[in-house]
Design a protein around this ligand. Structure first.
Ligand SMILES: *Cc1c(COP(=O)(O)O)cnc(C)c1O
Length: 250
C-alpha cells in the first residue's frame, strides 16, 4: 500500500470506529448510518483509493468539480451526493450525474432538478436543506409558519426556512423524478451542535407526519458526528477526519 492509501485507510478506520461507538452509546445499529466521504478539493485518485477501501458514497459541493470527477471515474458503483449550494441554472448538471442532492432549499431549484432529471431519465434522492436560524427552541413548524418574519435575503449557508419546508416537501414528493428522502442541515455558526441536531430531528419527525417515507437525516461532519448520531442522523458527511485538512486555495 502506498503512503496515501495508508492514510486514507487509517482515517476511514478511525471514523468507522467513532460511528460504531456513537451508535453503541445511542443504542443504534451502525448499519442504519450511511458514511458519505466528502472528497471536495481532493483528487479523483483519492476517490479511486476510497472505492477500493469499500467506500460506497462520496460527497462533493461544487458543480464543476462534481462533473469533472464523475467523468474521471465513470464506471464505479459509487453513489455521488451533492451537498453544496446550487445555482438554479446549474441544476441540470447536477441532475445529470448526482445520485442524491442534499441541498434542495427552494421551489425553483426543485423544479429545475425535476425537469433535468426527467430529461436524463434519472431519479434523484432529495434531502431538503433546512435553515435553523429562524427556529426558536420551543417552536414547531406550525408556530414558525405563523410568524411571518421571514428574512428578505437567503441564508448564507443555504437552507429553507422551516415555514417553507412543508410546501417544498410536498412539491418534491409530487415530482416523478425526485424522491423525497429526508432533511439536511448545517448548524448555524453560533449554535451549539446538540441544540441544532435536536431541532433538526424534531423537524424530521414533523415532516414524517405528512411524508412517512422521508426518514433520512443528513447531519454531522468531522467534528460533530457523535452529536448528530445521538440525534438520529442517518447520513454523516465526513471530509477532514478521513482525507486530512483541506488547503484553503482551490
Ligand atoms: C465540507 C463539508 C462537509 C465535511 O466537512 P468536514 O469538516 O471536512 O468533515 C460536510 N458537509 C458539507 C455541506 C460540506 O460542505
Amino acid at each position: 500500500m502506498d503512503e496515501r492509501s495508508r492514510q486514507l485507510a487509517e482515517g476511514l478506520q478511525s471514523v468507522r470506529t467513532r460511528i460504531d461507538e456513537a451508535c453503541r452509546v445511542a443504542g443504534r445499529d451502525p448499519r442504519s448510518v450511511t458514511l458519505i466521504v466528502v472528497t471536495k478539493t481532493w483528487p479523483s485518485s483519492d476517490i479511486d483509493i476510497l472505492a477500493g477501501l469499500g467506500v460506497g458514497d462520496v460527497g462533493e459541493n461544487r458543480v464543476d468539480e462534481l462533473r469533472r470527477k464523475t467523468s474521471d471515474i465513470p464506471q464505479t458503483p459509487l453513489r455521488w451526493h451533492f451537498i453544496g449550494q446550487i445555482q438554479t441554472k446549474k441544476a441540470g448538471h447536477v441532475a445529470a450525474v448526482a445520485d442524491a442532492v442534499h441541498s434542495v432549499d427552494r421551489l425553483r431549484l426543485a423544479e429545475s432538478l425535476q425537469r433535468a432529471a426527467q430529461r436524463h431519465d434519472r431519479v434523484l434522492d432529495v434531502f431538503i436543506q433546512v435553515s435553523l436560524d429562524q427556529l426558536g427552541v420551543d417552536q414547531t413548524l406550525d408556530t414558525a409558519r405563523a410568524s411571518p418574519e421571514s428574512p428578505a435575503v437567503p441564508h448564507e449557508r443555504g437552507g429553507a426556512d422551516p415555514s417553507d419546508l412543508m410546501p417544498l416537501a410536498d412539491a418534491v414528493a409530487a415530482s416523478p423524478n425526485l424522491r423525497l428522502v429526508g432533511v439536511m442541515c448545517l448548524p448555524p455558526q453560533e449554535m451549539d451542535a446538540d441544540v441544532a441536531f435536536a431541532r433538526l430531528q424534531q423537524v424530521s419527525l414533523e415532516l414524517q407526519q405528512s411524508h412517512p417515507e422521508a426518514r433520512s437525516i443528513s447531519a454531522g461532519m468531522s467534528h460533530d458526528l457523535e452529536s448528530a448520531l445521538s440525534h438520529g442522523a442517518t447520513h454523516v458527511r465526513i471530509g477532514t477526519a478521513i482525507l486530512g485538512t483541506r488547503s484553503t486555495v482551490r
